[in-house]
Design a protein around this ligand. Structure first.
Ligand code: ATP
Ligand code: MG
Length: 287
């Protein structure tokens, strides 16, 4: 994977993803939260059975944060993410997304808000199989409130693919790409409408460890440019690439810690390369 910050950084700027240039960004905690949850509860009812999936969550996420949400299976992570993603309405509580009170919106208004403010990345990539990488990335622009001319769609999709290092693969079908490349196409698709927040539910769940680190490298680069990221992960080491770790248990946030000794994808990939080179040399027959 290419790691050329200068090229990608200029591509990111041209997508206007960051509200501030990286040299001047006010401390995020001074800015109003981009996500604000107050006493969010979600109860599923199936016949007589009630499942309290989320039981009173308060959460502020400020611009520029990079949050990992962890917890056991069934603890409520996806339910919480579906609320953040305006995909599902909470049973009670309030949610402000970039200052907009989501609770008061109807289904169509929520869909518009989702399209304007959020980008989604899923564990299974969710790309359309018979559609090229470029067309997959163009897809969210088809739902934009104003019609975007075809030329502009193509240009923006190419720029988003360039940011994830895949411009050269624009004409490939998902089946012609590796898992990591498919996930990078999905990240480009999530970026193309210039979201305020990127939401990812186990984005590395289907990837091997090297590819997972590469994907975390893409997220770290985007986050360095100011994009707020919230991701669910089961993997402790993957959470170490984020800046803040939340632990959910039985529908509540039971821990909320800053990441100390944060991992940096570029360093870890170099370390991995070195270890593999050593292993290859050690494996060679002696002269
Ligand atoms: N549509 C639904 N109807 C009924 N119960 C549901 C529904 N969706 C989730 N649940 C229940 O809500 C609880 C939380 O589920 P959720 O999917 O949020 O967990 P999770 O933390 O994402 O788990 P995993 O790590 O396995 O993905 C679980 O007990 C689950 O069975
Ligand atoms: Mg889940």
């Amino acid at each position: 994977m290419t790691q050329k910050p200068s090229k990608h950084t200029s591509a990111l700027r041209s997508l206007s993803l960051s509200p501030f240039p990286s040299t001047f960004r006010p401390s995020s905690l001074l800015m109003p939260p981009v996500v604000q949850l107050r006493d969010i509860r979600k109860t599923y009812r199936n016949g007589d059975l009630e499942v309290h999936a989320v039981r009173g969550v308060d959460l502020d996420i400020h611009p520029g944060e990079f949050v990992a949400v962890m917890g056991a299976s069934g603890s409520g992570k996806s339910t919480l993410m579906n609320t953040l993603g305006c995909l599902d309405q909470p049973t009670s509580g309030t949610y402000h997304l970039d200052g907009v009170d989501v609770s008061g919106l109807d289904r169509a208004e929520r869909a518009d808000l989702r399209n304007q403010k959020l980008g989604f990345v899923f564990q299974g990539f969710n790309l359309l199989a018979r559609t090229t990488a470029l067309e997959n990335v163009e897809l969210p622009m088809l739902y934009a409130p104003r019609r975007i001319p075809a030329d502009e769609m193509r240009e923006r999709a190419l720029r988003a693919l360039d940011i994830v290092g895949l411009a050269a693969r624009a004409d490939h079908l998902p089946s012609q790409l590796s898992g990591g490349q498919q996930q990078r196409v999905a990240i480009a698709r999530a970026l193309v409408n210039q979201p305020r927040v990127l939401l990812a539910d186990e984005p590395t769940g289907n990837l091997d460890s090297r590819t997972s680190i590469e994907v975390m490298g893409v997220f770290q680069r985007l986050n360095d440019e100011g994009i707020t990221i919230v991701m669910v992960t089961h993997e402790l080491d993957i959470a170490q690439y984020c800046k803040r770790n939340l632990i959910v248990r039985d529908g509540r946030i039971v821990r909320d810690d800053p990441v100390v000794n944060r991992l940096h994808a570029a360093t870890e990939l170099a370390r991995l390369d070195q270890a593999e080179t050593h292993a290859a040399i050690a494996g060679q027959p002696r002269p």
